[in-house]
Write a protein of this length. Structure first.
Length: 441
């Protein structure tokens, strides 16, 4: 039996939905038409469509009944994790490129998901191979539909939508307003919910600063700024993959604990990087604009434009990573002597001069452990907590986020206890199984 919305909100620790979420839940749940939801990044659109979807999907019917199309792997994984955290009784599977389709087919057979979160190309692979029964899919959600319907995805989207003949309801979501929706999406009577604030380019809770670099190479200025910021969560945005590698290598050499993230990395590397950043094991994410969309990491204090954004659209999405929900945020432009802040940047711009001379290199509060066993070994979060408390000498308060994958597990623990824990658990068995336990560097 599916859990009620009130049960789910209580489990998530949410006392009240925001206005957009309340209207979206009502529109999706209590009307028969399709819905287009436009709302800024960080406003909670994932929850806005998943809450009503949990009430519409039948948990007793072990087939895929809803497909959520997303533009990237990270959003597929994060959305599936949100559904899992809701504890609603529905099963999910994230499907995306970068791994063998056959491996995902095995997972689909084992999990028997009710909802699939998939990138367009990988969804077509599974539909073509009969791994998902297209005639049983009743609900279609297209998240970030503006990006899913861009030229690169257009033909794949057409194939996927046309392969789902019995879709009853469609929900399209975006943080920007698309000029038009292609006819093949086959929208019926549509309710449009527009929460985009036209006059507000970025949230009023974001303060904007310029930081002057005395020379063209801005690495030393970036270092001074990060020292001054301290242990806050920050994303450093660059425009090119090789620039990410260069800046990341520099910061690591200076003693900073960072994660790096760009499209040229293997999927596992990208997942590792995001996990370390989101669980507090790294306080700096050095990334291309790939990290500006679809990442659900709530506590990002600072956005640092090492390279100037390539467009206003890109700028809005970068800064949308901070000041999520009701939090405050800051955006820094590091400018060399030849650069100026783009004319499209609105709002008051303050000058910021880092004062790093008295600051030490910030050390993240958490560290990440790798345990070489996972779901296939029937490990649960309770098993992990029990093992680390009993054998590793930790308290529950010293254990953070736990992510149990098919063949391994990540656990965030208090960094000050890392050496002690690694020493105590060497040679110990987890749930009667001997395995590798080590720090993720």
């Amino acid at each position: 039996m599916t859990k009620s919305i009130y049960y789910i909100l209580d489990k998530l620790g949410i006392k009240q939905l925001n206005e957009m979420q309340e209207e979206a839940v009502d529109a999706i749940l209590h009307n028969n038409g399709d819905v287009v939801l436009l709302s800024p990044t960080g406003s909670g659109k994932t929850l806005a469509y998943l809450l009503p979807l949990t009430q519409m999907v039948n948990p007793d019917f072990d087939e895929v009944q809803a497909v959520v199309v997303v533009p990237g792997r990270e959003l597929a994984l994060q959305s599936a994790n949100v559904l899992k955290d809701m504890g609603c009784g529905l099963r999910a599977c994230a499907c995306y490129g970068g791994r063998a389709t056959m491996d995902e087919h095995r997972v689909l057979r084992q999990v028997r998901p009710h909802i699939v979160f998939a990138t367009p190309g990988r969804l077509n692979d599974h539909l073509d191979k009969g791994n998902i029964s297209p005639s049983l899919v009743k609900y279609l959600v297209i998240d970030e539909f503006d990006k899913c319907l861009e030229m690169g995805f257009l033909e794949e989207m057409r194939r996927a939508v046309e392969a789902l003949p019995n879709v009853r309801r469609r929900v399209l979501l975006s943080a920007t307003d698309a000029e038009s929706i292609p006819r093949f999406v086959n929208m019926g009577r549509t309710q449009r919910l527009d929460y985009l604030i036209k006059e507000e380019q970025v949230s009023e809770r974001v303060r904007i600063f310029e930081v002057k670099s005395p020379v063209k190479d801005k690495l030393d200025t970036l270092k001074e700024l990060l020292l001054d910021i301290g242990n806050q969560g920050s994303i450093v945005f660059l425009n090119y993959r090789d620039s990410v590698e260069r800046v990341a290598s520099f910061l690591q050499g200076e003693g900073f604990t960072i994660s790096s993230f760009h499209g040229g990395m293997e999927q596992r590397q990208r997942e590792d990087a995001l996990y370390k950043f989101s669980n507090g094991s790294a306080n700096i994410l050095v990334a291309t604009d790939l990290a500006s969309r679809g990442l659900d990491i709530p506590m990002i204090d600072n956005i640092i434009h090492y390279h100037l954004p390539e467009s206003e659209h890109g700028y809005v999405h970068r800064v949308g990573r901070t000041a999520r929900w009701d939090a405050q945020g800051r955006a820094f432009f590091i400018l060399n002597p030849e650069e100026r802040i783009p004319d499209y940047v609105e709002g008051d711009i303050e000058t910021y001069t880092p004062q790093p001379t008295t600051h030490d290199i910030p050390v993240p509060r958490m560290a990440t452990l790798y345990i070489g066993k996972g779901k296939k070994d029937k490990l649960s979060k309770g098993d992990i907590v029990g093992f680390l408390c009993k054998k590793g000498g930790l308290t529950a308060a010293e254990i953070g986020r736990i992510s149990i994958e098919e063949r391994f597990t990540y656990v965030a623990i208090d960094r000050q206890q890392l050496a002690s824990v690694l020493s105590k658990v060497q040679g110990e068995k987890v749930k009667g199984i001997k395995t590798i336990i080590e720090e993720i560097g």
